[in-house]
Design a protein around this ligand. Structure first.
Ligand SMILES: C=C1C[C@]23C[C@H]1CC[C@H]2[C@@]12CCC[C@@](C)(C(=O)O1)[C@H]2[C@@H]3C(=O)O
Ligand SMILES: O=C(O)CCC(=O)C(=O)O
Ligand SMILES: [Fe+2]
Length: 342
């Protein structure tokens, strides 16, 4: 039993996901125009390895490879990253436990219109005419308040897992940013601005893409760039992430056991004076499996300013408060970066 009727599909609510449990067939609201797949045809030959490198963080040339990948694609994968495998598996199983609740239960922690945390459709939903085959749960810091609502007696396991994972992500972000920024020769002050600190912003986003009766007309998460500095994504063993490469079109990022996908966001694009592209990506869905992914977003303090590093002679972007950039992004979306170019 749920509290949703078919009419809910027609409302302009961009927060409440469709009730995936009880829908019958494939609703028009979720049917996207057919994509031009011709560009994807080249995919059959094996460009994947040369495209997005899988970098061993324990190898001596990791830093060089990371620099190259950031400069070329704005995305790479990492293995030997030091995050315990059991913890990664636990995050995945706890996420599945959450999304397995009924829609009615999940909606008890529905994100509010001006809020950032809780259950709901992705924040980018209002910028697209069609709805996404997606439901998410957004965590900033502690998730104990929401978890207590969902599981009055059994919230601890969920919270402990998410806390431990966020701590690991913070450490990994720290290590990655040292490697990414050192070759840019940024000042110590700039380095401190970028690396995790008590006032940095961090978001843990659990994404759920239920199996879909019509995957060729559905979109899991529509085309976007991530807004903050750096994102660490775990595809949890099921492919679905695609990146857009100029001249090649949409390319799958193969899920590699134990690996994380790391990608450059808008703020790092600005800070690197466009030396690193903010990679455009999306998530596709499939018919046979319920896909879960876990994304960790890291950004500088909301009250700080973002600008190209002082090391660049000709800054290509204006300096502005981070929170102002984020509000531009969620007003103009695709145009946000061009609005801050000089
Ligand atoms: C600090 C952030 C980063 C946000 C917005 C805000 C809180 C939620 C994040 C996400 C999570 C899901 C994808 C995304 C694209 C979305 O729709 O919401 C992300 C977005 C961004 O990177 O722009
Ligand atoms: O699920 C995925 O593979 C992509 C998720 C993503 O892009 C995001 O959460 O920002
Ligand atoms: Fe993303």
């Amino acid at each position: 039993m749920t509290t949703f009727s078919k009419n809910d599909l027609l409302t302009d609510d961009h927060i409440t996901p469709i009730d995936f449990e009880s829908i019958d067939g494939f609703p028009e609201s979720h049917s996207w125009p057919q994509f031009d797949e011709s560009l994807n045809k080249i995919q059959t030959h094996d460009l994947k390895d040369s495209l997005i490198p899988v970098i061993d963080l324990a190898s001596p040339n990791a830093k060089t490879l990371i620099s190259q990948a950031c400069g070329t694609w704005g995305v790479f994968q990492v293995v030997n990253h030091g995050v315990p495998f059991e913890l990664v598996k636990k995050v995945e199983s706890e996420s599945r436990r959450l999304f397995a609740l009924t829609t009615q239960e999940k909606c008890k922690v529905l994100r509010s219109v001006d809020g950032a945390t809780g259950y709901g459709s992705p924040k980018l939903s209002p910028f697209f005419d069609k709805r996404m085959w997606h439901e998410g749960f957004t965590i900033m810091g502690s998730c104990v308040d929401d978890a207590k609502v969902l599981w009055p007696h059994e919230y601890q396991r969920f919270c402990d897992t998410m806390d431990a994972y966020q701590n690991q992500m913070k450490q990994l972000i720290h290590n990655l940013l040292l490697m990414i920024l050192e070759p840019l020769d940024v000042t110590q002050e700039e380095m401190n601005w970028a690396i995790p600190a008590h006032d940095s912003q961090s978001v843990l986003q659990l994404n759920s893409y239920p199996s879909c009766p019509n995957p060729s007309q559905a979109v899991g998460l529509a085309s976007h760039t991530d807004s903050l500095l750096l994102t660490i994504l775990n595809q949890c063993g099921i492919d679905g992430l695609e990146i857009f490469v100029e001249g090649l079109g949409w390319r799958r990022v193969q899920s590699v056991e134990g690996a994380f996908v790391v990608n450059v966001g808008d703020l790092l694009h600005i800070f690197s004076n466009a030396r690193f592209p903010a990679v455009t990506h999306r998530a596709m869905v499939n018919q046979s499996e319920h896909r879960i992914s876990v994304a960790y977003f890291h950004g500088p303090p909301a009250e700080s300013r973002v600008a190209p590093s002082s090391k660049f002679q000709k800054p290509g972007f204006k300096s502005l408060p981070v929170k102002e950039y984020l509000s531009l992004k969620y007003k103009h979306f695709f145009e946000a970066l061009s609005l801050v170019r000089t």
